[in-house]
Design a protein around this ligand. Structure first.
Ligand code: WT7
Length: 708
């Protein structure tokens, strides 16, 4: 049992349970400190040693690890295992199959609806991946080309990702909640000629017509001078096409208990697949264009089941993943093969203290970086069994998470504070009624976890015996950078604690000076590279250099503020730029503003972050109408629709208010600080002497919506 020591919160420390130490990869703080010192003092030797666990087709021919973080000394660059060749899908699949892990379950698929489920072993996954690599080749793709993937959480998502990686095609996964506009924008920026999607998906009780959105996005790309987009479409709705056509199983993805294979006399092995079960089929009138649309299942039936990996240079691109930029234009974060591979694998192994018999579940969607590193790559590189979950925490009931934990006897569980907070309100009974005795380690990611949610998670989910790893990182960092290690780090609720191996944080003041005393507050930066750090913004290396290394030359700037306490623990205080963290995902206020001003009646809009009890933060928009246009209920729904169309439903502001004028400085800059106060109804506005017209403020207070 972890014990409460050092009195009450906030000084309370939660110590690692001693039994974890016996088998842990990093047992105890002394081991952590020794390994950490080595990793930052001798990074080349440290990482070269870690790299030995992986398969390299040819060895490094140059420096094993070097970098430049200082624009004054030349271009920003990081090089890992210079000149070596490898393949991440080979390391994630073939390497394990060759060691006898072929029959181990790689993924358990748990669908949106009860009864939709399946399993795939490592050797089956290798075969499916190889087949899809061959399909991509048949579509004309070669090493270095980009493919957009717009899929729900079904097994084809990791399969498509790995199939790209196998042949050196750069994947660009776009989260299935993004709109056609956002998908098109990302496809255009990445110059993607192929789009992998599905006919549709249920998320809770909402149906999302993915194919229709994909068609719209492809049409938009065409209108912007793009070549036609080849679409490869998974049939996820409707009866399983393979079993329907030839009446036999296709030999993979076998499992148990499903609807449409029961009693059908098609052989002893019940076929379970990633198709949603019969009762949830949807009759789709899928628009189909034989010239450009391919069914996934038809194409994989035509190709060979093996595909040799393409040996990639260590620093060849592996994937792009778009993240919001504070100017409103999304950034294609570029990660490369070897550094990302080694970093995702090692963080997974140490932070979740991976053991062979683990059943690991990260609830994130693979459309985000958390899913890339900790649903797909990290677990597979370690030979783990992971769960791919298609659903949402509250469907069909708010005990879905704990039901799944019980069903599969999950040992390591990783989710977001927003999910915890959304479940807390249903009370602990629905947690307690499920058996959680299999759980060993809990994780949190995406935003600061408030101590109240931390303690609830610890007490009710983890039965006060499971350490919580609060992992701070970013799309840009590739993997965890500040995080506890479960059998070493004493925990403080709300703190992401200490740096991972190879990560050297510093706290800077406004002038860019490093603050040396432990107890301080300022900008969180990193002083040296770790292998998993992003290498560039796709197509715009200058923007990368300016954005991440321009403000404080010599340092990687996270964009987050932090506090460091007397023990050297880090506490993230939130973004210091115009980004809002809604339910663990960064949104740019500028991007939402530009969607709002597309409304013909709007002359100006300002969006600020606003506290939200479940999402952590939400967005609050102030909208100035053009003369002759009124702001009413109708306007609010039109504005929300605009944001839904331009970005996606998850970006729709929670509050919109009429703003006949906006508070501005004499030089015309919108005073967002004042808007944030107004949104909260807080009249302690601080210094407003620079405000050009102070009457504006009073008007805005009066027009605040009553529910804000
Ligand atoms: C931003 C990165 C990488 C995970 C998914 C989000 C915030 C992330 C934590 C944490 C406090 C956190 C930061 C960061 N963040 N994890 N454990 N504690 N803040 O990836 O969309 O790239 O967002 O999320 O503000 O900069 P992302």
């Amino acid at each position: 049992m972890s014990s409460l020591v050092d009195g009450e919160l906030p000084g309370t420390l939660f110590h690692p349970p001693p039994h974890l130490e016996r088998t842990a990869h990093v047992p105890g703080m002394d081991t952590y400190r020794r390994m950490y010192a080595e990793s930052v003092e001798h990074p080349e030797a440290f990482w070269a040693n870690i790299a030995q666990e992986f398969f390299w087709k040819t060895p490094a021919t140059g420096p094993l690890f070097n970098w430049n973080f200082d624009v004054r000394k030349g271009p920003i660059a990081t090089n890992f295992m210079t000149g070596a060749t490898t393949n991440i899908s080979y390391n994630a699949l073939d390497r394990h199959v060759a060691c006898g892990l072929g029959d181990k379950t790689a993924f358990i698929w748990e669908g949106n609806n009860h009864g939709d489920e399946g399993k795939i072993t490592y050797s089956q996954l290798l075969e499916e991946v190889s087949k899809f690599s061959n399909v991509l080749k048949a579509a004309g793709l070669e090493k270095g080309d980009r493919v957009a993937i717009y899929l729900p959480m079904i097994l084809e998502l990791p399969i498509a990702i790995l199939a790209c990686a196998r042949i050196g095609v750069v994947h660009s996964v776009v989260f299935g909640g993004f709109s056609a506009d956002s998908l098109a924008e990302r496809m255009l920026d990445g110059k993607c000629s192929v789009l992998v999607t599905a006919d549709g998906v249920w998320r809770g009780d909402k149906f999302i017509d993915l194919k229709k959105i994909a068609d719209e996005a492809a049409a938009k790309c065409l209108a912007h001078g793009h070549k036609t987009t080849r679409k490869i479409v998974v049939k996820h709705m409707g009866p399983c096409p393979v079993t329907q056509q030839n009446g036999t199983t296709n030999g993979v993805l076998n499992g148990n208990g499903h609807d449409h294979a029961k009693g059908d006399g098609r052989g002893k092995v019940p076929r379970v697949d990633r198709y949603c079960s019969k009762k949830h089929h949807k009759e789709l009138i899928t628009q189909w264009d034989d010239q450009v649309d391919w069914w996934w299942h038809e194409e994989v039936a035509k190709v060979e089941a093996t595909c040799p990996p393409v040996w990639m240079d260590s620093e060849d691109p592996l994937f792009l993943l778009y993240t919001s930029g504070s100017t409103g234009k999304p950034k294609g974060i570029l990660h490369t093969v070897a550094g990302y591979m080694v970093y995702a694998a090692l963080t997974f192994k140490c932070v979740f203290d991976y053991q062979d018999d683990d059943v690991y579940w990260c609830t994130a969607d693979a459309g985000w970086i958390t899913g890339h590193s900790y649903v797909v790559y990290g677990p597979l590189l370690n030979g783990a069994t992971g769960i791919v979950f298609e659903g949402i925490p509250t469907y069909p009931q708010p005990d879905r998470f704990w039901e799944v934990v019980e069903k599969y006897r999950v040992t390591k569980f990783y989710t977001a504070p927003t999910a915890i907070r959304s479940l807390m309100k249903f009370g602990e009974e629905i947690v307690l009624k499920h058996d959680r005795s299999s759980l060993k380690i809990l994780g949190s990611v995406g935003e600061p976890i408030n101590p109240e949610a931390w303690l609830w998670y610890h007490k009710y989910v983890g039965e006060e015996r499971c350490p919580i790893v609060d992992t701070f990182w970013q799309t840009e960092t590739g993997g965890h950078v500040l995080t506890p290690l479960p059998a070493a780090t004493p925990l403080k609720p709300g703190s992401a604690t200490l740096p991972f191996f190879g990560v050297l944080p510093a706290v800077l003041d406004e002038d860019g000076h490093e603050i040396s005393q432990p107890d301080c507050e300022g900008y969180l930066v990193f002083k040296q590279a770790w292998p998993g750090v992003m290498r560039s913004i796709y197509g715009d290396h200058k923007r990368y250099e300016n954005l991440y290394f321009g403000k404080f030359p010599g340092y990687y700037t996270t964009g987050d503020g932090c506090k460091r306490d007397k023990d050297g623990y880090y506490w993230i205080t939130g973004r210091i730029d115009d980004m809002v963290n809604v339910s663990g995902h960064l949104l740019s206020t500028a991007e939402i503003e530009s969607a709002l001003i597309e409304h013909p009646g709007v002359s100006e809009a300002a969006v600020v972050s606003h506290p939200h009890p479940i999402k952590g933060e939400c967005t609050y928009g102030f909208v100035t109408m053009k003369v002759g246009h009124v702001f009413n209920k109708q306007t609010v729904s039109e504005l929300k629709l605009k944001v839904r169309e331009k970005i996606g439903a998850f970006a729709v502001p929670d509050f919109l208010q009429d703003a006949p004028g906006l508070p501005k400085t004499r030089s015309g800059k919108i005073m967002r600080r004042v808007l944030r106060k107004i949104a909260c109804g807080d009249r302690a506005l601080g210094d407003i002497s620079t405000l050009a017209d102070s009457d504006v403020v009073e008007t805005l207070f009066k027009l605040r919506p009553s529910n804000a």
